[in-house]
Structure formats: structure tokens, C-alpha cells
Write a protein of this length. Structure first.
Length: 102
């Protein structure tokens, strides 16, 4: 489980870096990434932006997404100042790029 903008769960896996999912801000573009594999996530709380190439979708709590990670993608907190929490599954290739022990 990943918690962005809120206290993280002890013993949970986290993203590279500090685990914070930044909110998208004007003048501060977020970086798209690509890597072999597939990714699936479910929004537990809050809302996130899923950007796949030039298509953006806001997913709210209770919604899920799955995609080919060779598509340029990013996931960002949709609401600055409000926490978002997701649970994510990665293929083996994606796990190597995203998950670290905390």
C-alpha cells in the first residue's frame, strides 16, 4: 500500500525517494516514465491523476486502472493538500523500478 500526502503505514513498501506522490502544479511539470511490464492500482482514498501519453483521467476512491507501462505514464495526487492512497500491483519488471523496502 502506498500513502501519499499522509502518514505511511509501518512496514509497507514505498516508492523510490520519500514515497510522496506530488500534486500536479502549473509551471512544475511531473516526469513521465516508461519501463517494461504492466501496472494495476486501486484508489483507496482521495483522488489521483493517471496520465497515459496525452490522456489524463482523475480516479477517485473505489476506482482502479491497469495499463502497459511502455506507455509514457505518471500518477499524481489530484488534490494538493489532501492525501491520496493507492494499492498497486506491478509485474516483475515494474516492481524492480518502483518498490523499495522501508
Amino acid at each position: 500500500m502506498f500513502a501519499w500526502g499522509s502518514a505511511s503505514t509501518p512496514g509497507a513498501a514505498g516508492l523510490q525517494g520519500d514515497g510522496d506522490l506530488p500534486a500536479e502544479r502549473a509551471g512544475s511539470p511531473l516526469k513521465y516514465t516508461t519501463h517494461p511490464g504492466r501496472e494495476w492500482f486501486y484508489v483507496l482514498a482521495g483522488a489521483v491523476i493517471l496520465a497515459l501519453s496525452d490522456q489524463r483521467t482523475v480516479l477517485e476512491a473505489g476506482e482502479a486502472a491497469e495499463f502497459d507501462t511502455m506507455t509514457p505514464h505518471l500518477i499524481a495526487n489530484a488534490r494538493e493538500g489532501r492525501p491520496a492512497e493507492i494499492i498497486a500491483l506491478y509485474s516483475v519488471q515494474g516492481e524492480r523500478l518502483h518498490v523499495i523496502d522501508v
